[in-house]
Design a protein around this ligand. Structure first.
Ligand SMILES: Cc1cc2nc3c(=O)[nH]c(=O)nc-3n(C[C@H](O)[C@H](O)[C@H](O)COP(=O)(O)O)c2cc1C
Length: 201
């Protein structure tokens, strides 16, 4: 294989967890990587760039059990502006809930896209507790999985991996409640307000 193009398709790419995941991937990947972010105005430029890579890694969050619209819109552009030589597409998806399986449908959507558009499909890494794991001691499990994921792409022995925080769902929910309550307090929002639609106003 040659170079890999990491495409961050998070709607908040510059400040995203996906950016951190891409950074970790680049640390463990033993060939050249290039990092790009999907923006409203750079779809065509990114499509042209794909010509120079043997592999693409889409890095993105799960949004409403699906692909974020940032990625959907980019895929639409790529569909009509494909590279001549189709790179292998791998996927690194993270979700907020603890179960990495929450990402399954999003992965299948991308797999279908690849089959329909003639892209070889590579490896998958599904991350659960994606908002939290980066800042906990469980980061070591994440790093170990990213290492394996990166090696599978490098050696073209494609596989599917998953990782999450090794705690019970109950404990995860309790810890999340404490985190979001503190976060709300810091921003002048109470728990009661967070439970209402007023949070959107
Ligand atoms: C609008 C929205 C929808 C989301 N939908 C889901 C979801 O369906 N399931 C889930 O587990 N997490 C969901 N999340 C949580 C994100 O996947 C999670 O916060 C992720 O770490 C964000 O990654 P990013 O910083 O790379 O964008 C959602 C977040 C937002 C803002």
């Amino acid at each position: 294989m040659g170079k890999i193009m990491m495409i961050n398709a998070s709607p908040r790419a510059p400040k995203s967890n996906s950016k951190e995941y891409a950074k970790l991937f680049a640390q463990y990947f033993s060939s050249e990587t290039e990092y790009c972010e999907v923006k409203k105005s750079n779809h065509l430029m990114l499509c042209q760039k794909t010509e120079n890579f043997s592999d693409i890694l889409f890095v993105f969050p799960l949004y409403a059990d699906s692909l974020p619209v940032t990625l959907l819109n980019f895929l639409k552009t790529l569909e009509v502006n494909p590279p001549q030589r189709k790179p292998t597409i791998s996927v690194l998806v993270n979700c907020g809930f603890i179960e990495p399986e929450q990402n399954n449908i999003a992965v299948e959507m991308l797999r279908l896209y690849c089959t329909t558009n003639g892209y070889p499909f590579g490896s998958v890494l599904k991350i659960g507790s994606g908002e939290a794991i980066l800042t906990t001691p469980f980061r070591i499990f994440l790093k170990a999985k990213i290492k394996k994921f990166a090696a599978s792409i490098k050696t073209q022995k494609y596989d599917t991996f998953q990782v999450t925080m090794p705690i019970s769902k109950k404990m995860f929910i309790r810890a999340s409640d404490v985190y979001w309550e503190k976060y709300g307090k810091k921003n002048g929002v109470t728990k009661e307000e967070m439970k209402t639609m007023k949070i959107e106003e």
